[in-house]
Write a protein that binds this ligand. Structure first.
Ligand code: CCH
Length: 291
């Protein structure tokens, strides 16, 4: 049972997140990685040009977005957090998901990512449809390469450097064959946030895995089969991306700093707050000519 904490006590919520992260029977004993992925997929639908998508609304609980194959398995993260929201109905799902992502990063040894409250929730699919626009096919496909990464992250307003920094989150967690079709972790200790992903990507020999699944790359380390997606490999194949991979492999502090900025920006995408600090669908009101 999650604890009820006073309204606005976000440190209290953070403490509850740390408790639900302990999941002895799930994956590597931690919900941390999948919480980070939830915050990312909730946010990563943003389009700068259309100015829709993003973490506001927590639309991933409903309809089309919930059914998007790119979001397979994220219901685990939503369910881990549900008791916290039920005990604390004053916090929106959208705020809770993003806060859980940043707290998980910190609890796993990563940097402090700036976070602000103020997101609202879409009540149901029709509410979501009314406001979120058409955001299908916006999340990246691991089978593709550098130009796809630039398309997807460019749409959110990210530079090459930021793309590489964000990709460092693959030091966490694993692929699940029954979710994405890919299989395995990127590093040996997938519940510890570090620059290990960049070190392994740039120093180990990655060869195509011989199996029935989609193309992925592997390296056996300490008896463990580690993996890279084609999109991960693209970071070493593209000369501009590669420069940043090498920098982050050498300098963990630089990676932490750049990651914290890029992730902090990610969870703010499309969150337009009004004067009260709350995302009252400001643009929608403007469109309708309301003050
Ligand atoms: Fe990722 N990611 N991700 N990823 N991801 C997967 C798992 C995690 C891509 C594909 C996949 C980011 C960027 C990309 C996490 C964080 C981030 C999986 C396995 C695929 C496939 C899913 C499964 O099977 O469960 C691709 C392509 C990109 C392109 O850039 C970014 C950015 C972030 C966060 C900043 C985390 C964490 C996981 C582990 C989840 C888990 O359940 O363990």
């Amino acid at each position: 049972m999650a604890k009820a904490v006073p309204k606005g006590d976000y440190d209290g919520i953070r403490a509850e997140v740390r408790k639900v992260m302990k999941q002895p029977d799930y994956d590597d004993g931690s919900a941390g990685p999948v919480l980070v992925r939830l915050a990312w997929h909730a946010s990563g639908t943003f389009s700068l040009v259309e100015h829709n998508g993003g973490s506001n609304g927590a639309g991933l609980r409903h309809g089309k977005e919930a059914a998007d194959p790119a979001n397979a398995g994220l219901y685990h993260a939503i369910e881990f957090l549900m008791p916290i929201q039920q005990a604390n109905p004053w916090i929106t799902h959208a705020d809770l998901w993003t806060l859980a992502g940043v707290e998980a990063i910190k609890a796993m040894g990563g940097p402090d990512v700036p976070w602000q409250p103020g997101r609202m929730d879409y009540n149901d699919e029709s509410h979501a449809e009314e406001h979120r626009g058409n955001i299908s096919d916006r999340l990246p496909d691991g089978a593709l390469g550098a130009s796809h990464l630039r398309d997807v992250f460019g749409r959110m307003g990210y530079s090459d450097q930021e793309i590489v920094a964000l990709s460092g989150a693959h030091t966490l967690g694993r692929c699940h064959a029954d979710r994405s079709g890919f299989d395995g972790p990127w590093v040996v200790n997938p519940t510890r946030f570090s620059n290990q992903y960049f070190k392994l990507l740039s120093t180990r020999k990655w060869v195509p895995r011989k199996w029935d699944g989609p193309l992925q790359f592997e390296n056996i380390m300490a008896g463990e089969r580690l993996m890279m997606l084609p999109t991960d490999m693209a970071l070493m194949e593209d000369p501009v991306f590669k420069e940043w991979v090498l920098k982050y492999a050498k300098d963990q502090n630089l990676f932490f700093k750049d990651f914290a900025n890029a992730f902090g920006k990610l969870i703010e995408l499309g969150v337009d707050r009004d004067d009260s600090g709350f995302a009252h669908l400001v643009r929608q009101a403007a469109k309708e000519g309301k003050p």
